[in-house]
Design a protein around this ligand. Structure first.
Ligand code: FAD
Ligand code: DLZ
Ligand code: SF4
Length: 509
């Protein structure tokens, strides 16, 4: 074969122009390799879903007439890394050229580039034809600006792709952002939509992973994997979301409940991130629902903002800050993660649910990730890099380009405020307002100190005290420092003692 084309596990986009024509001189290569299963400890469902989706993709390419070489993890010829397998394949097929789609992860990008430099034959990198912005576009869009605000970026995207604009080119409904409408607590109705699950059986795949000694954590759920594994299934998930779920997406976007894990989220992040779905088709479909009168503007605007706004924006941040972004630790936080991150066994009911659900389903929605797990980690002072590895491993949608800026930047403020103008921290009051978690918790959300006091409370006030030199002059945090000023010094000392004692026994909370 003249050309080898490598398809990575998160590049399962059958609409890519590579596949427009069948060429018998081209061999498409997909490989399951230990270097990719093992760079972080992954959730069982993440490995299962990626491998099952890669296999389905290879089958589809073959059915369309393409030549495919699929190297399974237990293939005798597998050298278990991308470059080692590529070298072997080049020799085997006597290839004259190797091509790949630009990887979204810096590590993989480097690996492939370095491999290419050691080869005599030409290597060509093509675009993934997935994202709406180029890898290095963000710094240009923000040229001359001190703060790289997402909202500024988002408005440009709305204009560029003519999304939710009225006839005169102004934002539909007279506002760019309807978030103030989207902060409701979920009272238990309307009922949570049921999941769409195609029947799958991944017992054999799971057995193979076990036999090969691939380590993982979380529940594999081989008989009821909830994630779409090919584009047709992903389109069905999208349609179900648009017609049944989207109308309530906005209202309960920030809500949390011990009785509903999904609430009204789309569960489309896996399908999007492995590129079975294109971001533009997803947001255009949502806009159509608004135009047809099937979903309210606030819900549709909020949903579209997550995809053309946040998703593209964090990718731009990632490429503007790598390499080295993962090393940042602006608040010098160093505590190791408590053991219950791997079991969910803590008496803090909010964390028990958010982590328990993550172990069970490989998913938690945004506010659980940000305002329960991330919030606790930031208040407690957990090591941001360790936390980054945990998030990268546990979530079905976690790929470094999107996970790292969200975890280290948005949630932990470890980048010194590139993404978040102020740290996302709260006491029990916020969690109590947005969820039913506090009801029935072993801790009392109203107490700040004492045996039964909710740990979030003392840690919250102590956070501001500890980081006064960083945040004391931040006008967006003035309120908290005003409140601290009014507190009795003896109370402050008690809060600090309580926080120090909590921090010394995180494992047993
Ligand atoms: P919905 O709530 O239905 O949102 C729709 C879509 O918008 C998502 O599918 C996703 O593609 C996009 N989106 C929403 N918020 C964000 C965001 N902040 N950044 C980028 N895209 C967004 N998302 C990932 O895809 N991968 C990650 O590894 C990841 N890690 C996160 C870590 C932390 C600490 C936080 C706070 C957020 C993280 N997110 C991540 C963002 C968000 O939580 C998930 O995209 C979302 O929960 C996925 O579920 P969903 O598809 O039901 O989302
Ligand atoms: C996450 C993952 C896993 C677990 N396994 C593979 C694999 O065996 N082969 C592969 O090509 N890709 C895999 N992936 C995805 C990659 O690790 C990586 O995250 C993305 O390609 C970078 O964007
Ligand atoms: Fe979480 Fe505190 Fe509420 Fe318990 S009381 S659920 S620990 S916020």
């Amino acid at each position: 074969a003249r050309t080898l084309r490598l398809v990575l596990g998160d590049q399962l986009n059958p609409l890519h122009s590579w596949f427009d024509a069948v060429d018998p001189e081209v061999v498409y290569v997909l490989m399951e390799v230990r270097s990719e299963t093992d760079y972080v400890l992954h959730h069982a469902q993440k490995i299962l879903a990626i491998f099952a989706a890669m296999r389905a993709f290879a089958a589809r390419l073959r059915a369309d007439g393409h030549r495919v070489r699929y190297i399974s993890l237990d293939d005798a010829s597998n050298r278990q890394s991308l470059p080692a397998n590529l070298s072997a394949l080049v020799t085997h097929y006597q290839t004259q050229e190797v091509q790949w789609q630009a990887p979204d992860e810096w590590r993989v990008d480097q690996t492939l580039q370095q491999w290419a430099e050691g080869q005599a034959l030409p290597a060509t990198v093509v675009d993934t034809e997935h994202f709406l912005t180029a890898r290095h576009e963000l710094p240009r869009l923000f040229a001359g600006r001190k703060q790289w605000l997402m909202e500024h970026f988002y408005r440009q995207m709305r204009r560029r792709f003519e999304l939710l604009l009225d006839a005169s080119g102004q934002p539909e409904g007279g506002q760019w952002n309807f978030d103030h409408d989207n902060r409701k607590r979920w009272p238990g109705t309307p009922p949570e939509p049921e999941d769409r699950r195609a029947p799958h059986d991944h017992d054999a795949l799971w057995q193979m992973l076990q036999q090969q000694g691939v380590a993982s954590f979380g529940e594999p759920q081989t008989k009821q994997l909830r994630w779409p594994l090919d584009r047709d299934e992903a389109l069905q998930h999208l349609e179900h979301f648009i017609t049944r779920v989207l109308p309530c997406f906005g209202d309960y976007e920030d809500a949390m409940s011990s009785r509903a894990q999904r609430l009204f989220h789309s569960l489309l992040s896996f399908a999007l991130n492995v590129k079975m779905l294109q971001p533009l088709e997803v947001v255009r479909r949502a806009e159509q629902a608004y135009r047809d009168g099937d979903a309210p503007l606030a819900a549709v605007e909020g949903f579209i903002r997550q995809i053309i706004g946040w998703r593209e924006y964090v990718r731009g941040i990632y490429w503007s800050q790598m390499p080295g972004y993962d090393e940042r630790n602006a608040l010098a936080h160093r505590l190791p993660l408590p053991a219950w991150f791997w079991t969910g066994q803590t008496r803090m009911r909010c964390l028990q649910h958010a982590i328990g659900q993550s172990l069970q389903t490989a998913h938690a929605h945004h506010i659980q990730r940000l305002m329960v797990i991330g919030n606790f980690a930031l208040l407690a002072g957990l090591n941001p890099k360790e936390l980054h590895h945990w998030y990268l491993g546990i979530y079905i949608d976690a790929f470094e380009w999107v996970e790292l800026p969200n975890t280290l930047g948005m949630s932990q403020w470890a980048d010194g405020g590139i993404i978040a103008t102020k740290p996302y921290v709260s006491s029990a009051a916020y969690i109590g307002r947005m969820s039913d978690y506090c009801h029935g918790c072993a801790y009392d959300p109203k107490q700040k100190t004492g045996e039964d006091a909710c740990p979030f409370n003392a840690l919250y006030w102590d956070f501001f005290l500890r980081h006064r030199s960083t945040f004391g002059n931040n006008p967006r945090m003035g309120m908290a420092y005003q409140q601290l000023k009014k507190m009795d010094p003896a109370d402050l000392t008690r809060l600090q003692e309580q926080a120090a004692s909590l921090r010394a026994r995180l494992d047993s909370l």
